[in-house]
Design a protein around this ligand. Structure first.
Ligand SMILES: [Zn+2]
Length: 228
């Protein structure tokens, strides 16, 4: 820790995202107490758990797991909110490093070929300035030593007629359009699809359906959080 950092810390102390107390100098993002209090999901079985079961009968996936339980007014919600709406991309690094280390040690995903994020709609990404999955995905990529590919799966703009149609399809999970411009890139590959929070799983389901149009691919899913 150098002098400048000491002075900066003195006058502009960082605040814990989840409980608002001043962070001590070595603490990052959240304080030690909150860190120990995070609702970490401890699945050791990645092929048969609540998350994989949520996709039964919908799409064929190999394995799935998440890092944190997402609850109303909980710490996870505050972390994800800071990442998505307050520009705090450090949250993605924090979760990606911690979870990436766990996934690496488990060796469960050692046979994946690449990591692909759920894409944001281009308009939304321009407004936000970033995809909230990028820092998380890049840290996973480092730990699992597999490439992070952001342009394989894209979200397409809805035309006016589609938008009109979507008003009637809002509840049928078919309103989001994804596409894979060059399916040959993922042919015969095992993809690790990543997202922030699984709630109904509808978005991931749409992504998987599009990816599965490519020849003989396998898909596994990893997310930062999961709503029970
Ligand atoms: Zn705290």
């Amino acid at each position: 820790m150098n002098f400048l950092q000491d002075v900066l810390h003195l006058f502009f102390p960082k605040i814990c995202i989840t409980c608002d107390i001043k962070l001590l100098q070595p603490e990052k993002i959240i304080c030690t107490l909150c860190r120990h209090d995070l609702p970490i999901i401890c699945y050791t079985n990645y092929e048969n758990n609540k998350i994989t079961k949520a996709f039964y009968g919908r799409i064929p996936i190999e394995k799935a797991t998440s890092f944190l339980f997402y609850r109303k007014e909980g710490k996870t919600k505050k972390l994800i909110h800071a990442l998505k709406y307050k520009g705090n991309q450090e949250v993605g690094n924090f979760i990606g490093d911690w979870f990436g280390g766990i996934l690496k040690d488990s060796s469960e995903f050692k046979d994946i070929d690449c990591i692909i994020p759920v894409p944001l709609h281009p308009k939304k990404q321009r407004k936000r300035g970033y995809n909230q999955l990028t820092t998380f995905g890049l840290r996973l990529s480092e730990h699992l030593t597999k490439p992070y590919l952001e342009d394989v799966l894209i979200r397409t703009s809805a035309s006016k007629t589609q938008t009109f149609k979507q008003r009637f399809e809002r509840f049928s999970n078919n309103s989001t359009k994804f596409s894979v411009p060059d399916p040959s890139i993922i042919k015969n590959k095992h993809i690790l699809l990543v997202d922030d929070v699984i709630t109904t799983g509808a978005t991931l389901e749409s992504c998987c359906k599009e990816l599965l149009n490519s020849e003989s691919i396998k898909i596994s899913i990893v997310t930062m959080a999961y709503t029970e």
